[in-house]
Design a protein around this ligand. Sequence first.
Ligand code: CP3
Length: 354
Amino acid sequence: GFEHPASAVPNSAARDSAFLKACRREPVPHTPVWFMRQAGRSLPEYREVRRGTAMLESCMMPELVTEITLQPVRRHGVDAAIYFSDIVVPLKAIGVDLDIKPGVGPVVAHPIRSRADLAQLRALEPDDVSYVTEAIRMLVAELGATPLIGFAGAPFTLASYLVEGGPSRNHEHTKALMYGDPQLWSELLDRLAVITSAFLKVQIEAGASAVQLFDSWVGALKPADYRERVMPHSAKVFESVAGYGVPRIHFGVGTGELLGLMGEAGADVVGVDWRIPLDEAARRVGPGRALQGNLDPAVLFAPREALRAQADQVLDAAAGLEGHVFNLGHGVLPDTDPAALTALVEYVHERTAR
Ligand code: CP3
């Protein structure tokens, strides 16, 4: 059960970190930096420890998860760690028949298209993911003052994988269900919201200092549909963890037209992709929330001088913000030179030192 009061969350060492200060919109010693997908394929030491172990299997091995999560912190000196896992882990944990295919992504054996298919989705109990609790406790002890970010997939993005049966460019089955059977759609997203809430609570109770809700593919929707058919479910997730007082980050790709609503859903920090400058994003999100982003991940393939110039553009656009967490506009691309990431962390720290 979730018996610990919020005050017992064991993350006090990280309280005064630049990352948590920026999330709380307090003054910072330097702009904090971390990268979505920092713990992964771009690192040779990651490929080394992952060799011979399937992705989902590795997510259930606390010592391996701890090592992989720490790798980018050691190498790049980022201001936060992100827990090594995947958005489909809680679905796997309740028995959904799925796998992560290398180079493809999550693939679901029996896509959810009818009411009967909903039976695949029972509630998540903390005991279903005891390896998560174990890994996070180990990590928090190792990380000291560096905060750990927990995460989960948002109801829409999880629904997309479950309804399509795998990655999708157009989300056509997902939209067919959303428009064709609004009642079933709402029940599906409700169940996913309950699972996601439980998964985030497990991570916070074990010591995560912040959580990010990935709604990666929600940019496929127009604002009216997002507001009516998705936002209430994401809002329930944010509301369910509000009492812990840990910052809640909300991110999606191609969400320029949704940023205001994504903040309203209950986020403390809104993640922004590279298609919209942060000053314009701030106008859309409105006051009272920090922003995270938003360097185009492809810029890491450019020469250093161009990389610094593009980082300057992000920092200049963020200059008037109350709280800014530097990040990419989406995840680190697999062929990124790790040295470029290290150089970028150093540059942002130097340029913003106060
Ligand atoms: O950020 C981190 O470093 C933590 C680890 C992390 C992974 N997945 C590990 C992973 C995080 C935060 C995720 C979240 C995730 N998973 C999202 C949301 C973030 C985003 O990028 O929008 C989504 C949509 C997924 C679903 C998923 N899982 C995809 C699209 C893929 C990539 C498929 C591929 O190989 O191109 C995965 C697999 C996955 N998740 C890998 C890793 C390191 C690759 C696994 C492997 O190489 O064996």
